[in-house]
Design a protein around this ligand. Structure first.
Ligand code: ADP
Length: 371
């Protein structure tokens, strides 16, 4: 950066320029006043002159001499004030530079730190003394931003690692099945069918996983909202669940203030609630789910209660984490990637709501959704 463009240079120039301007104005006005005063006839009629016996006897000649001496003094004052401008210029530049340098030091440090920032040291904070001024405010905000970015980077990295890990297993299964089918010359039709069925399961797992991943990335962006009737959403959820329930004995009941309306996305809310109901069918080992809607002062609460095995207390918060499964083996058997509830939570949060598991409920699992 060229020196003339630097903030330090501009600040110095402004500071010293203004200081110089004020001093020059002061000197000029002093000179004008003095010139006016000195060029006038000396006033000998005043009290002081009259009382002084020496002055009372002053002659015209002496008067002229006094006048000349005064004009001489005026000239001297003019020369002195002109010369005094030189050290004043130097002094104003010097102090201007020192002030600008001191003011901009933290900014320069911040710039150096920003240049050295990378994804590795994004979480490291810049040390500073909180003086409560604007610069400390900027550094404080910068530290806060770095912390947030670092968290986002880490979770992004973790997410990619987990997603690749999830995709690796079904891919390995498909690879092994293909190898088996190709290497074994004496393979029967039934065995081949079995290998293909197994591969099909892996493919459908990968399908639903990639769909979930896509949905998660969509959830990061803006969602279209409209007035959504909760009854319509729950009706669609029940219809969809029938295909999951199949021949099983599993009943779903809906009660309460179902005719409530929320402002949000019908499709996303359907997805969020379907995940909860689907989980009960897949994991709870129970055979019913009761859905109750309650109107509250601010919005509504929906309770999804099943009569299954429930969720261990220490896992109640973790189940909303991405890729978390209570029983990995069982979840894999039913095609779960551990993204279902994290998607549900994100959808609910996107609607300015919240979801949790009721820790007090003991006869199964109860999810409470606040919208
Ligand atoms: P997935 O996408 O694999 O189905 P989820 O994120 O939806 O996973 O659920 C996380 C875990 O929570 C599941 O692996 C399951 O063990 C547990 N879970 C969720 N709902 C229930 C329930 N109603 N009863 C028992 N366990 C449940």
């Amino acid at each position: 950066m060229s020196i003339t463009k630097s903030l330090k240079f501009k600040l110095t120039l402004w500071n010293s320029g203004l200081l110089l301007l004020f001093c020059s104005l002061f000197l000029i006005s002093m000179n004008v006043i003095l010139t006016d005063y000195m060029s006038k006839e000396p006033q000998f009629g005043g009290n002081m002159w009259r009382m002084n016996p020496v002055v009372r006897e002053i002659t015209m000649e002496q008067r002229e001499l006094v006048k000349e001496a005064r004009l001489n003094d005026l000239n001297n004052i003019r020369i002195i004030s002109l010369y005094s401008l030189i050290p004043l210029v130097l002094l104003s530049f010097g102090t201007g530079y020192v002030i600008a340098d001191r003011t901009l030091k933290p900014l320069e440090r911040l710039r150096d730190e920003m240049v050295n920032k990378s994804t590795e040291n994004l979480g490291e904070e810049i040390e500073y003394v909180d003086t409560g001024d604007e610069m400390s405010g900027v550094i404080k905000s910068f530290n806060r931003m770095s912390r947030r970015l670092s968290k986002a980077f880490n979770s992004q990295r973790e997410f990619v690692e987990n997603a690749s890990h999830e995709l690796k297993t079904p891919l390995a299964v498909i690879q092994a099945n293909i190898d088996n089918a190709l290497d074994d010359d004496s393979i029967s039709n039934d065995e081949l069918k079995e290998l293909l069925e197994d591969s099909k399961k892996s493919v459908s797992f990968m399908n639903s996983l990639t769909e979930d991943l896509l949905l998660l990335s969509v959830l990061d962006s803006h969602i279209e909202r409209e007035n959504v009737n909760i009854k319509d959403v729950l009706d669609s959820v029940i219809n969809y669940s029938k295909s999951i329930i199949g021949e099983r004995d599993f009943k779903i009941s809906v009660s309460g203030d179902v005719d409530s309306t929320v402002y949000g996305s019908n499709v996303l809310l359907q997805r969020a609630f379907s995940n909860i109901v689907e989980n009960s069918v897949k994991y709870s080992k129970g055979n019913r789910m009761d859905i109750e809607v309650k109107k509250k002062d601010k919005g509504i609460e929906i309770y999804f209660t099943d009569d299954g095995v429930g969720i261990p207390k220490d896992k109640m918060d973790k189940i909303f984490d991405r890729f978390y499964r209570v029983d990995k083996g069982r979840a894999r058997n039913v095609g779960g990637s551990g993204l279902g509830l994290s998607i549900t939570k994100e959808i609910i949060n996107k609607h300015d709501g919240d979801i949790c598991v009721d820790k007090e409920y003991g006869n199964g699992a109860r999810f409470v959704v606040k919208l």
